[in-house]
Write a new protein. Structure first.
Length: 570
């Protein structure tokens, strides 16, 4: 049975949910929080979820669509501040555990969100998490259809006891986007549709034990497909053990089993099937010692990796060491270490970062032999926390997004109109610094801010950091005017990026510079009759049609207005 057929059956069985593709309703790792998306597309920032708009922040179980590996440096999405999701504690928080929200706005936008919590017993429950965000209107500057839709759902069963707890989830995600960033205007008008549909689904779970040698495990099985006969399946299993020694000392042992296989129907310039397979077997042992004023972890990572049915595999080793010292109670903690990673690169995750990838990729793992870091962190007044860190990493096969070459043949696919990207890989160094602060200045005022500077050097002297910003920053703040009335604001800044024009493979590379962009957002919500909340979001207030990717302008000023109803299921 073919891989794509298996994935389709798996997605259907795991969750009874389907999104019709013809429905008109239609993210370098930046360690910052993000506000509500102001773009035509969540197609540009599909990993984000629209913020919650009331004084009660229901603790939703997050949809588990991605692997547990540490993200590689290049997987960048403009992360914005979730101003409306900063929790405001009140006595009413524990009254209601479920809600339904609905909103609409300009650009024919529709937003729906629901979280249903069903207690099954004193030690178990079932929850369903659903969200939808779509825009039926096109971007003003786009010459082709640019509507989008993003729908996801997850059902989770949880059970807990004194000695254990576990969760099992099934999820499904559908995304509709368009390759509307056509660079060569001479190709217009384009009669064919330039849309792309992504569908993924799977199961995941975790088990935690409080006694015994076996500490627990995490796993997921995720499948994905698209409109162009691309298919992918990934299985990941991470068990962990602990062996207690003397007081404050133990040995930890974490295992990793990760298998990925997938295919693309054709290469970009030739009708040749592309198949990729990759398997990891890894162990991460560590000695851990804790004391009142310091902690030490000394370990390593040892992986056996095999790709594409090649003869034999390769061993990957990297250190895993961290030291921390509590210099001034909890106000000043100095820390530093050196670690590494081996990560699968999946079509599912990369298309979330850049939905304008062509379904013609060469995918391979990314290896970080070492990542050196040092910094200080601590807690200040009113539970205010800060973290200042510098880092220096060596990355082998670091992925970057780059524009595809021009395609001059007549049998064009929707991604052949100078409007798509591919992944390239380079060995190099990543170094920089990050600062973040978060917490509350009072019971009413919460703030979360961060800034990051990240530079690169490559083994190829002429290589650039394609589509990677050097500087990013974000801030979100929320103020409770009254127990039932909140206001919030958020902004982020993303620096300039280098890209190239879509040129013939035989032509010299033409560089372009994408300007940095600033995004400002405002939100407010008001709760009445205890169960009802009305809310409003003003997004991209400056109205700038900035470009995250070349020739892909975003929506301007956006307004979203709606209501939320909270309740309990007995």
């Amino acid at each position: 049975m073919k891989l794509l057929y298996k994935i389709s059956i798996l997605s259907s069985v795991l969750f009874v949910f389907r999104v019709q593709a013809q429905d008109k309703l239609g993210t370098i790792s930046v360690d910052i929080v993000k506000p509500y998306t102001p773009t035509i597309a969540d197609v540009q920032k599909p990993t984000e979820q629209t913020p919650k708009k009331d004084t009660i922040a229901v603790a939703k179980k997050q949809v588990t669509y991605s692997s547990q590996s540490v993200p590689v440096t290049s997987t960048f999405v403009p992360e914005k501040g979730k101003a409306a999701r900063i929790p405001v504690v009140s006595k009413r928080d524990s009254l209601y555990h479920s809600y339904i929200a609905l909103a609409g706005g300009n650009y024919s936008s529709l937003y729906g969100d629901a979280f249903l919590s069903l207690p099954l017993s004193a030690t178990s429950d079932l929850s369903v998490d659903f969200s939808h965000h779509s825009s039926q209107s096109n971007v003003k500057a786009a010459d082709t259809d640019s509507n989008f839709a993003h729908t996801q759902a997850q059902a989770t069963y949880s059970q807990w006891a004194e000695a254990y707890q576990y969760h099992v989830s099934a999820n499904v995600l559908h995304r509709l986007s368009h390759w509307y960033g056509v660079e060569q205007k001479a190709l217009l008008p384009i009669a064919a549709s330039l849309k792309q549909n992504y569908l993924s689904g799977g199961i995941s779970g975790d088990l935690k034990l409080t006694k015994g040698v076996f500490e627990g495990l995490d796993f997921f099985l995720q499948g994905a497909k698209d409109d162009f006969d691309s298919g992918e399946l990934q299985f990941n299993l991470c068990p962990s053990l602990r062996f207690a020694l003397k007081e404050g000392q133990l040995i930890q042992l974490r295992g990793v089993v990760d298998y990925l296989q997938g295919r693309f129907d054709r290469a970009f310039s030739a009708p040749v099937e592309l198949v990729y397979k990759s398997a990891f077997l890894g162990l991460r042992p560590a000695y851990v010692r804790t004391a009142p004023n310091y902690s030490v972890r000394i370990g390593l990572g040892a992986y056996y990796a095999k790709q594409n049915d090649g003869e034999g595999g390769k061993f990957k080793l990297f250190p895993d060491v961290e030291l921390s010292y509590n210099a001034i109670k909890k106000s000043l903690i100095a820390y530093g270490g050196i670690t590494g990673n081996l990560q699968q690169l999946t079509y599912r995750e990369q298309s979330l970062e850049n939905p304008y990838l062509s379904p013609t990729q060469y995918l391979q793992p990314t290896y970080t032999p070492y990542d050196i870091y040092a910094g200080i962190r601590g807690a200040l007044f009113q539970g205010f926390a800060y973290d200042l860190k510098g880092f220096y990493s060596h990355i082998i096969d670091m992925p970057m997004f780059q524009a595809n070459a021009q395609y001059t043949l007549a049998d064009r696919k929707p991604y052949h109109y100078d409007n798509s990207y591919h992944l390239i890989y380079q060995d190099g160094m990543s170094f920089g610094a990050k600062a973040s602060i978060q917490g509350k200045l009072s019971d009413r005022f919460h703030i979360d801010a961060s800034a990051k500077v990240n530079s690169y050097s490559f083994d190829w002297l002429r290589e650039q950091e394609w589509n990677l910003p050097i500087f990013t920053s974000a801030l979100s703040a929320r103020y409770r005017i009254l127990p039932v009335w909140n206001i919030g604001t958020s902004f982020y800044w993303v620096g300039a990026r280098k890209d190239i024009k879509h040129t013939l493979p035989t032509s010299p590379t033409e560089e372009v510079t994408l300007d940095g962009f600033f995004d400002l957002n405002f939100s407010t919500d008001y709760t009445f009759l205890k169960r009802w909340t009305v809310f409003a979001d003003l997004s991209n207030i400056t109205g700038a049609h900035y470009q995250r990717w070349t020739n892909y302008p975003v929506q301007g000023f956006q307004v979203l207005v709606g209501a939320k109803y909270r309740f309990n299921i007995r």
